[in-house]
Design a protein around this ligand. Structure first.
Ligand SMILES: Nc1nc2c(c(=O)[nH]1)N[C@H]1C(S)=C(S)[C@@H](COP(=O)(O)O)O[C@H]1N2
Ligand SMILES: [Mo]
Length: 380
């Protein structure tokens, strides 16, 4: 912070914990976390809600792609919480500076800061509550979280542009020498930064095991543990919660519509060529886990219906209501040999909560689109 108007700065805020060097140090980590969170958020959004012209080009590889990007999205969002709090604490004396507006540049800066702070608090708060599936607000999460992300990134770019001279001046330790402040970091700043790093490390270590399974022993704070659930796989929405009654094997039918429509019983489905895929469920809420799936290749089912090799498919669940009852797959997913209508999980028939008798499992795909209790396929 260049002490441009030193007379109005309350003396209690002269310490190096509230200066521009500290704000820059924390700000660049916060900026990096927000950048990764934004980029991976875009990936997640377009995989879940692709515009029509993207549907057929969305790649089904790498098969761990969504697991990585969504794991990073949630991990960087969580890490950004202590970073944002520390950054706000560092700069808050400036938020109450007087006079509130000194010039056009200053007004722009304050406007960008207002949008930036509100946007960042909103995104991290709604994102964190989404990981525990708690929605104490009247709007729907996805479109609003997506829209405010753009607002936040716009405000961040404006902020960086307006602050560029200060950021450059305080980027490295040596540059503090251009100020009237001492050139070396004192123990105050160093201990603040160490404390912030420790907080980031602690929240990361106690949550990242929800998707980075080698660290699952430390997963104490995440809402899901990768091992907790039937067949050693978490369940996002149980059959009871989805209103799907116990499906009887005798009554179940898979109907496939297309040029040559057909219907199969469960026995007939199980008699078709079975294949195994090792693929993760990667939930948008941040947990993910790999599993062994056995079932019929989607591409075999489509070929049998006379589908052209670039056909899309619409998948419908037995679930009566709910946002994930119907899902569409572009051609890359539908014709990937790893994409299955799975009947078994880790060698056992699916439990009702994992989608008995049949569910979709496809590579590089958000968990919400791995439809459970599948009863209908339509060649599009
Ligand atoms: N029909 C249907 N399929 C669904 C869901 C759902 O609510 N209804 N939830 C999805 C979500 S959000 C996830 S993360 C995965 C989880 O699969 P699992 O419960 O077998 O782990 O299932 C998906 N399939
Ligand atoms: Mo999910």
């Amino acid at each position: 912070m260049k002490p441009r108007l030193p007379a109005v700065r309350p003396p209690t805020f002269r310490g190096r914990l509230h200066d521009a060097r500290t704000a820059t140090s924390i700000g660049r980590w916060l900026g990096a976390a927000i950048a990764v969170c934004f980029g991976t958020g875009l990936v997640s959004h377009y995989l879940q809600h692709p515009p029509d012209r993207l549907v057929d080009v969305l790649p089904s590889r790498p098969l761990w792609g969504y697991r990585l990007t969504q794991g990073l999205h949630v991990a960087t969002g969580i890490a950004a919480i202590p970073l944002l709090l520390a950054k706000l604490w560092t700069v808050y004396p400036r938020l109450f500076a007087w006079p509130p507006v000194r010039s056009v540049r200053h007004a722009l800066e304050r406007l960008s800061v207002a949008v930036l702070v509100a946007g960042a608090l909103f995104e991290l708060f709604t994102g964190l509550l989404n990981t525990v599936q708690w929605y104490p607000w009247p709007f729907s999460f996805v479109p609003v979280h997506f829209a405010v992300a753009w607002l936040l990134v716009g405000a961040l770019l404006l902020h960086i542009a307006v602050k560029y001279p200060e950021i450059r001046a305080h980027w490295s330790r040596e540059s503090s020498g251009t100020l009237t402040l001492p050139a070396t970091d004192g123990p105050d700043r160093r201990s603040l930064l160490t404390g912030v790093a420790a907080a980031v490390g602690a929240v990361t270590l106690t949550t990242v095991g929800q998707s980075l399974t080698p660290l699952k022993a430390f997963d104490l704070l995440a809402p899901r543990h990768p091992d907790h659930g039937p067949q050693s796989l978490p369940v996002n929405r149980t059959a009871a919660a989805a209103g799907v009654a116990q499906v009887s094997a005798a009554a179940y039918r898979l109907t496939v519509s297309g040029p040559n429509p057909y219907t199969l019983t469960l026995e007939e489905l199980a008699a078709l060529a079975q294949h195994e895929s090792v693929l993760p469920i990667a939930c948008v809420e941040g947990w993910s886990k790999s599993a062994h799936w056995t079932g019929v290749r989607m591409t075999d089912l489509l070929r049998r219906a006379g589908a052209p090799p670039d056909a899309r498919v619409r998948v419908t669940s037995l679930e009566r209501y709910g946002a994930y009852r119907v899902m569409e797959m572009g051609r890359e997913y539908a014709h990937d040999p790893l994409t299955l209508l799975a009947l078994k999980l880790n060698g056992q028939p699916l439990t009702p909560d994992h989608g008995y008798p049949a569910r979709i499992i496809a590579p590089n795909r958000p968990g919400v689109l791995q439809t459970k209790w599948v009863t209908r396929l339509e060649v599009l």
